[in-house]
Ligand binder design. Structure first.
Ligand SMILES: Cc1cc2nc3c(=O)[nH]c(=O)nc-3n(C[C@H](O)[C@H](O)[C@H](O)COP(=O)(O)OP(=O)(O)OC[C@H]3O[C@@H](n4cnc5c(N)ncnc54)[C@H](O)[C@@H]3O)c2cc1C
Length: 327
């Protein structure tokens, strides 16, 4: 049976693995201790925070079909948030997501999606791939401390562009294409309170500020903890301040929340910050993935299309379809 290695257990890698698993021996290598990638959830008892992706929508039939089992089993639920748009300190728009298309979230956390998709897959966690080498007709994967992670007929990279470019041999044409893609950073601020703040929204898009997003994490279905707030910086502020001391960045972003909502959040009981170096990608051209069929190697990820969960799905799906026809 053809042996396929997939690097990365986010939406793109897990999608590709789901399509290929009945046709090849698939192994996923994931550097973190858990799956799901940027569909991430962090617990800080009694609080929990989706500190990466907040929600997603489903437009294409392929994606709707793919997520149907997760909706049927309650892993995905619609988040009927009271949504507002804040311009500086003013609410300029408001609507209820219950009145529009579903804004899906994992239950009880965004990482429930990756957990569901990886249930029947061979995922090696805590397995960072450092380099890959072609040996004969196969690819060998090298992990930490030069550990041999095995030989494979195909290798699919489903990791952020910068990380993929570091691993791809420079002799491959697609290395140059992948290297040219720019990803933007983001800081996530996690705030836990003993009492709810008197605000009248669950999710807010913020403009005219160094923050772009505020959500009340415990307003999502299945979150039982006390009042918790998740804040995202703008991508441009994160990139311009990527080396700032974490405590200073946290204080600044809290002051920006106060500017937007008129409440001091600096006194939250729980305060933490996480930096995403590769969070988002602007909308790209028409490509969905990269593949070199003469070398049995492919690359996928949201960043080929744009920084969205559905884009990550589409990229992994299209790459896997192209691998399938060669098997
Ligand atoms: C702050 C933030 C907010 C977001 N908000 C939204 C939103 O509201 N809606 C939406 O649709 N999208 C959102 N996104 C984007 C969404 O999270 C991504 O589009 C999607 O999760 C990307 O999936 P992926 O599989 O392409 O990559 P990832 O999720 O990044 O998965 C890549 C995986 O590869 C692993 N990895 C990396 N290098 C190696 C290596 N060398 N060896 C082994 N493993 C490796 C990583 O640990 C990771 O698990 C957000 C992202 C962030 C960061």
């Amino acid at each position: 049976m053809t042996k396929i290695a997939i690097i990365g257990a986010g939406m793109a890698g897990l999608t590709a693995a789901q399509l290929l698993k009945d046709h090849a021996a698939v192994t996923i290598f994931e550097k973190s201790s858990s799956v799901s990638g940027r569909m991430a959830t962090r617990r800080a008892d009694p609080y929990s925070f989706d500190h990466g992706a907040q929600f997603f929508s489903a437009k294409t039939t392929e994606f709707k079909n793919f997520i149907a089992p997760m909706i049927a089993t309650g892993v995905l639920k619609p988040w009927n948030a009271r949504f507002v748009e804040i311009e500086n300190a003013d609410i300029v728009q408001s609507r209820n997501w219950a009145d529009s298309y579903p804004h899906f979230v994992g239950d009880p956390g965004m990482n429930a999606v990756g957990k569901f998709l990886s249930k029947d897959l061979n995922v090696q966690v805590k397995s960072r791939v450092h380099s890959i080498e072609k040996s004969g007709n196969q690819w060998s994967l090298v992990g930490e401390n030069y550990r041999n992670l095995g030989n494979f007929d195909w290798i699919l990279l489903a990791i952020p562009a910068v990380q993929a470019a570091e691993i791809l041999p420079s002799s491959l044409q697609l290395q140059e294409e992948v290297s040219s893609i720019k990803m933007e950073g983001c800081f996530s601020v996690m705030l836990g309170f003993t009492e709810p703040l008197p605000i009248e929204f669950d999710a807010a898009l913020v403009r005219g500020n160094d923050i772009s997003w505020i959500s009340v994490n415990n307003s999502k279905p299945g979150r039982e903890g006390p009042f918790s707030m998740l804040v995202h910086s703008t991508n441009s502020w994160a990139d311009a301040n990527s080396h700032m001391d974490r405590g200073q960045a946290l204080d600044h972003l809290c002051s920006q929340v106060r500017r937007a909502i008129g409440h001091d959040v600096g006194n939250a009981k729980h305060k933490a910050i996480h930096q995403w170096l590769y969070a988002n990608t602007k909308k790209q051209g028409n490509a969905t993935h990269f593949i070199d069929q003469s070398k049995n190697i492919g690359v996928c990820g949201d960043w080929v299309i744009q920084g969205r969960i559905e884009a990550a799905f589409t990229s992994g799906f299209k790459l896997a379809q192209n691998v399938l026809i060669t098997l």
